[in-house]
Design a protein around this ligand. Structure first.
Ligand SMILES: C[S@@+](CC[C@H](N)C(=O)[O-])C[C@H]1O[C@@H](n2cnc3c(N)ncnc32)[C@H](O)[C@@H]1O
Length: 219
């Protein structure tokens, strides 16, 4: 249903409405709240997904009965808690993080969320960790939320390592509004979109910075 707001690229989602509805649809317990507030508690960037996107991640995983999940970009473990809690019994989340400080905070937060037995933070550059994970696939879900200049490489890996019916989820696919600019990171993000659209069944969710969903086709 196109109305004048969506045609104009505007939104009715005011901060007050989002906050009001988060109390109903995306409530935080103590563990989620601590991870969400890592910026204020530890002075690290506050660049985690929003409360509604976090809840959407868990909702998608539960619907798929996902048990093998990779997250590229851990930060303080906020999205990791959503992903880890949505795994089937016996499932495993591998969350990849390059910053020692972020990884240590995330491990504490994932432990506080009761996920130490199923969520593993892999410290190091994501491409090296992905190479190490190659033999542990195929995966049900791969969530990309790290350095934007390598989204094309992450998409290639995901296309090769998702099970048929498995889903790639990627945040910030509008590249902070700079997707159409002429610079190497924006070009990598455009290649990410081309690869995803070519090899996966995709749908774009126009969150503030765009969330891409892509399902792997039968082989
Ligand atoms: C946007 S944050 C992740 C937010 C997290 N997914 C959440 O919503 O709670 C991006 C994270 O990716 C990490 N990162 C950036 N480049 C990376 C790389 N090459 N390999 C692994 N992690 C990387 C950053 O240190 C940062 O913690």
């Amino acid at each position: 249903m196109a109305d004048s707001a969506s045609r104009a690229g505007q939104t009715y989602a005011t901060p007050a409405i989002l906050e009001h509805l988060a109390r109903l649809h995306a409530p935080h317990d103590a563990a989620l709240d601590t991870a969400f507030r890592a910026n204020e508690l530890h002075g690290i960037p506050g660049i985690q997904v929003g409360p509604h996107e976090g809840a959407l991640l868990g909702w998608l995983l539960r619907g798929m009965e996902a048990s093998r999940v990779v997250e590229i970009g851990t930060l303080a473990g906020f999205s990791g808690i959503h992903l880890g809690r949505a795994l089937r019994a016996g499932g495993r989340l591998y969350s990849l993080e390059i910053s020692e400080k972020h990884a240590a905070i995330a491990r504490d937060n994932l432990r506080a969320a009761g996920l130490e037995d199923r969520a593993e933070v892999m410290l190091g550059d994501a491409l090296a960790s992905l190479a190490a994970l190659s033999s542990r696939g195929p995966f049900d879900v791969i969530f990309v939320d790290a350095d934007k200049g390598r989204y094309d490489q992450y998409a290639r890996w995901a296309i090769d390592h998702l099970r048929p019916g498995g889903v790639l989820i990627a945040d910030n696919v509008f590249y902070f509004g700079r997707l159409l600019e002429e610079n190497p990171e924006a070009a990598a993000m455009r290649r990410f979109h081309e690869l995803s659209a070519t090899h996966l069944d995709t749908a774009l969710v126009p969150t503030p910075d765009g969330l891409l969903l892509g399902r792997a086709r039968p082989r």
